[in-house]
Design a protein around this ligand. Structure first.
Ligand SMILES: Cc1cc2nc3c(=O)[nH]c(=O)nc-3n(C[C@H](O)[C@H](O)[C@H](O)COP(=O)(O)OP(=O)(O)OC[C@H]3O[C@@H](n4cnc5c(N)ncnc54)[C@H](O)[C@@H]3O)c2cc1C
Length: 383
């Protein structure tokens, strides 16, 4: 396993980091607790695009950035550390682009991919429904045959980027009871923004499809394979979710280190008290474990090695570790850690979000154990 970057990659990372720190820090602070409006998000995505953030899952020949997956994960680690709302929206754009690249028709790719890669378009993907969360194979939303297209009715919930999306890649059940992914432009659904505990700069919405008609050409390839495609994409998505945990935790640890050096109690910096040192040591060790698990999963994906177990381990561990690390960062700040004047309590709220989407911690545990034991406690027994 090799996590080394060559000179060009290091230069890309340095450039991207300098840009994030110098150009986006202020915006990140402004939108820490307020949703980034659609037009602002488009402008931010367009500024990210030249650094390769938006096309990392697509080969260069097809318009992608040509960066390795591990490199992509490193870039997102920095972006999640600095600007979680922008990182989240860009991550969803990447996943929608990946889905289109893998299963879209050439017409769909021509129509949507360039806009996703440039920031001109914002996409979202919708599987979850009010009655169906952890098991996407159970979705109920219907797409009934109507002429040379489909009529869609149903509700999707907790959809990231939902209220600012220009189009949605939605998982539906067709008349033959099979699941399919379809692309619905913004005019085909309404969106209601949902308030959440953390990640408040990043849209999370309920989408309502009320008799929306779409032509057959908007159905994605792989007839009847919609749920399977959604599950396949989870390996990549879980690497991103893991790195979301790493970036969030790094921001919390950075703040804790800086505060522990500068805050004095009992005549010395609090960082010189052994129990604060214990917390810092635990935070740094857990963060490194999370980071290495995420890099390993990404490296395996990049090598074309099956990595569903490792992606689940990375997502499970990193999301839970991020919460522990962010909680200790609050503790080290004392009362200030609870104050809305500092971003620390925000890191804690953001970290709490990560163990739910892209498969809850319990689902990751079940996947890991199923793959090790060869015995499934849920769904079908297949890996
Ligand atoms: C911030 C955020 C963003 C999201 N973004 C998207 C998105 O873009 N697109 C999308 O389609 N969805 C999205 N979701 C939805 C997310 O995928 C679901 O919330 C998640 O899959 C869990 O589903 P649920 O909330 O319905 O919980 P449920 O499935 O109802 O689970 C409730 C509890 O039961 C546990 N549980 C469930 N099954 C088992 C089992 N077999 N054994 C043991 N415990 C079990 C779960 O771990 C959980 O603790 C998002 C959610 C959040 C919070």
């Amino acid at each position: 396993m090799n996590f080394e970057f060559d000179e060009t990659e290091r230069a890309i990372l340095d450039n991207a980091n300098a840009f994030l720190e110098k150009e986006l820090r202020d915006d990140a602070g402004r939108y820490r607790d307020h949703m980034v409006p659609k037009e602002v998000m488009h402008a931010l995505l367009k500024r990210l695009s030249p650094f390769g953030f938006l096309g990392t899952l697509i080969p260069e020949a097809d318009g992608g950035s040509g960066l390795s997956f591990l490199m992509s994960i490193r870039l997102y680690e920095e972006l999640f550390r600095v600007f979680p709302a922008l990182a989240g929206t860009a991550f969803v754009n990447q996943m929608v682009g990946y889905g289109l690249y893998m299963d879209g028709t050439s017409e769909q790719k021509r129509r949507y991919l360039p806009g996703l890669l440039s920031g001109e378009l914002i996409g979202c993907q919708a599987a979850t429904e009010p009655e169906t969360g952890s098991n996407p194979k159970d979705i109920r939303m219907r797409a009934r045959r109507d002429g040379d297209g489909y009529r869609l009715n149903g509700r999707k919930i907790w959809i990231s980027s939902g209220s600012i999306a220009d189009f949605c890649m939605v998982l539906v059940r067709t008349d033959d009871k099979q699941t399919n992914r379809m692309i619905v432009d913004r005019a085909g659904f309404t969106a209601r923004e949902l308030e959440t505990l953390g990640q408040r700069g990043w849209s999370t919405a309920e989408l309502n499809f009320d008799d929306a008609w779409i032509p057959e050409s908007q159905r994605m390839g792989g007839q009847g394979a919609g749920a399977q495609q959604t599950l396949r994409d989870f390996t990549v998505a879980r690497c991103f979710a893991a790195i979301m945990g790493v970036g969030t935790a790094q921001a919390a640890l950075d703040a804790a280190i800086s505060y522990a050096r500068q805050r004095h109690q009992w005549g010395k910096p609090i960082g010189q008290h052994q129990l604060i040192q214990e917390m810092v040591a635990d935070m740094a060790t857990e963060l490194d474990c999370a980071r290495l698990l995420a890099y390993r999963a990404a490296w395996m994906v990049q090598q074309g090695i099956r990595a569903d177990t490792q992606a689940s381990m990375a997502k499970y561990y990193a999301s839970e570790a991020a919460l522990r690390i962010a909680s200790k960062a609050v503790q080290i700040h004392g009362a200030l850690g609870l104050s809305r004047d500092l971003p620390i309590e925000g890191y804690f709220r953001d970290a709490r979000m990560i163990s739910i989407p892209d498969g809850t911690s319990q689902l990751q545990q079940l996947i890991i154990a199923r793959n090790i034991l060869g015995l499934a406690a849920f769904g079908d027994a297949k890996r």
